[in-house]
Design a protein around this ligand. Structure first.
Ligand SMILES: Cc1ncc(COP(=O)(O)O)c(C=O)c1O
Length: 396
C-alpha cells in the first residue's frame, strides 16, 4: 500500500524538488507523526510553524467537525455574515487592541501579503515597496517580488516594479525609506532566512523612519505569531506596533488561512473605487475560522506561551556541540548552523531515522530548523534535542 502510494506520489504529484523527502504520514497526534509502518516521529518543525497547538488537538478537530456539519463554503468573503469569521476577527481585534480594528481574511500567507501590498499602495497613493534582503514573503508574483532571495526568483521575472531592498538590522539602510515609499514589509524575526533576530532597537527604528516619511510598516508575522516566540505576537517583545499585521500558518490551527489586521481607516480603501478591492472566494472559510478560533483559545487557556521560555532553556542547554557554529533564535523558533549543506543533509537524515523530523531553510544552506509544537513536553524536548545532538556528533 505504502510503496504504491510513494510511487504514485512521484508519478502524479508535482514535486517541488528532485529529491523530496517522501515521508508518508498516516496519522498525526500531539507532537508525533506516524508512518504506515507505525514508526513514531517527533515533529520538530510543526509544518513550519503551523501546528503550534500540536496535531489534531481535540478542541480543533471538534470545531472543524461541528462547523463542517453546519455549513462549509456559502458566500464569497467580505459581504455575507459568516459567524466563525466574525468571532475570530473579534477575538483577534480584542487581543491586539490599539490601532488594530479590522481583519481581512485570506486563504494563505502569500495571499495576505498580496492584500497588504495593495492596501498600502492605495492608502498612501505611493508605489515604492521596500522589503529586506534575506526575507521570504511567499511564492505568488507580488510576494516573491518583495522576497529578498535571488535564488528563489531565478527564471520567474520580471517582478513588480518599484521594489527595493534594505539589509535587515542595518540602521544606515533606513534612509532608503523615503517619501515615495508606500510601505516597508518586514518580518520581526527572519524565518526562512535562517532565524535572524532583530538587533536591539532595530524594529523600533524602522517604525520611527516609517512615521517620519509617512510610509506604512507591514509586519509579516506569518511564522512568528500565536505564541511561537513566547508572546502571542512577536512584536510585543519590541514595544512598537505595525500599521498592518500579516498572519497565516498557525492562524488556522492546521487549516489554510491568512489575514491582515489593521485600522478601520486603512482597511476602508478596499471598499470603494473599486468596490471589492480585495476579494477571495475561499478567504476566511468558515471551517478554517472555527479551527483557528479553537486553536487560539487553546493557546490562551493552556497558557502555552508560559511554557516557551522553559522549553527554550532546555534547547539551549542540550544543543551544545563543537560542530554547532551558531545556535540562534527566540522562544521556539531556532536555527542550528553547521558547516555546510551536505553536513546538514546528513544530520537531518540521521535524525529522521532516529525519530526526529527537522528540515533546512529556504535561504541559507547550512541551517537546521527547530520550531516544534508549543505543546511539546519537557521530556520530549530534551529527547529530541539529544537526538539532534547525537546526529550532529555522528555526521558533522
Ligand atoms: C514569513 C513568511 N511570510 C509568508 C509566507 C508565505 O505563506 P504561505 O506559504 O501560506 O503562502 C511564509 C511561508 O513560509 C513565511 O514564512
Amino acid at each position: 500500500m505504502s510503496k504504491q502510494m510513494i510511487s504514485d506520489f512521484h508519478r502524479f504529484v508535482a514535486n517541488t524538488s528532485e529529491t523530496p523527502t517522501a515521508l508518508e504520514v498516516t496519522r498525526a497526534e500531539g507532537v508525533y507523526l506516524y508512518t504506515p509502518e507505525g514508526k513514531k516521529i517527533i515533529d520538530f518543525i510543526a509544518g513550519i510553524c503551523v501546528n503550534n497547538v500540536g496535531h489534531s488537538a481535540p478542541e480543533v478537530v471538534e470545531a472543524v467537525q461541528k462547523q463542517a456539519a453546519l455549513y462549509m463554503h456559502t458566500l464569497v468573503y467580505g459581504e455575507g455574515v459568516i459567524s466563525p469569521q466574525v468571532q475570530l476577527a473579534g477575538r483577534l481585534v480584542e487581543l491586539l487592541g490599539g490601532k488594530f480594528e479590522k481583519v481581512y481574511f485570506s486563504n494563505s500567507g502569500a495571499n495576505a501579503i498580496e492584500g497588504a501590498l495593495k492596501v498600502a499602495k492605495k492608502y498612501t497613493g505611493r508605489q515604492r515597496l521596500l522589503a529586506c534582503h534575506n526575507s521570504y514573503h511567499g511564492s505568488t508574483h507580488g510576494a516573491i517580488s518583495i522576497t529578498g532571495n535571488a535564488r528563489m526568483k531565478q527564471g520567474y521575472g520580471p517582478f513588480l516594479p518599484e521594489v527595493d531592498f534594505i539589509h535587515f538590522n542595518d540602521f544606515d539602510d533606513l534612509s532608503k525609506i523615503d517619501t515615495q515609499t508606500a510601505c516597508v514589509v518586514i518580518e520581526p524575526i527572519q524565518g526562512a532566512g535562517g532565524v535572524v533576530v532583530p538587533a536591539e532597537g532595530y524594529l523600533q527604528a524602522v517604525r520611527k523612519r516609517c512615521d517620519e516619511v509617512g510610509a506604512l510598516m507591514i509586519l509579516d508575522e506569518i511564522q512568528t505569531a500565536f505564541g511561537r516566540t513566547g508572546k502571542f505576537f512577536a512584536f510585543e517583545h519590541f514595544g512598537f506596533e505595525p500599521d498592518i499585521l500579516v498572519l497565516a500558518k498557525a492562524l488556522g490551527g492546521g487549516m489554510p488561512m491568512g489575514a491582515i489586521v489593521s485600522s478601520t481607516d486603512i482597511l476602508r480603501v478596499i471598499q470603494k473605487d473599486p468596490v471589492l478591492g480585495l476579494i477571495s472566494t475561499f478567504g476566511g472559510h468558515p471551517v478554517c475560522c472555527a479551527a483557528g478560533l479553537a486553536s487560539l483559545e487553546k493557546i490562551l487557556r493552556d497558557k502555552l506561551m508560559e511554557r516557551v521560555p522553559v522549553l527554550e532553556s532546555i534547547l539551549l542547554e542540550e544543543l551544545q556541540h563543537p560542530a554547532i557554529q551558531e545556535l540562534r533564535g527566540k522562544g521556539l523558533l531556532y536555527a542550528i548552523l553547521l558547516k555546510d549543506y551536505d553536513t546538514c543533509s546528513r544530520v537531518l537524515k540521521r535524525a529522521l531515522k532516529k525519530g526526529v523530523l527537522s528540515t533546512s531553510f529556504l535561504s541559507i544552506d547550512n541551517g537546521i530548523r527547530i520550531s516544534p509544537p508549543l505543546t511539546i513536553s519537557d521530556d520530549e524536548m530534551r529527547w529530541a534535542c539529544r537526538v539532534l545532538r547525537e546526529a550532529i556528533e555522528e555526521e558533522a
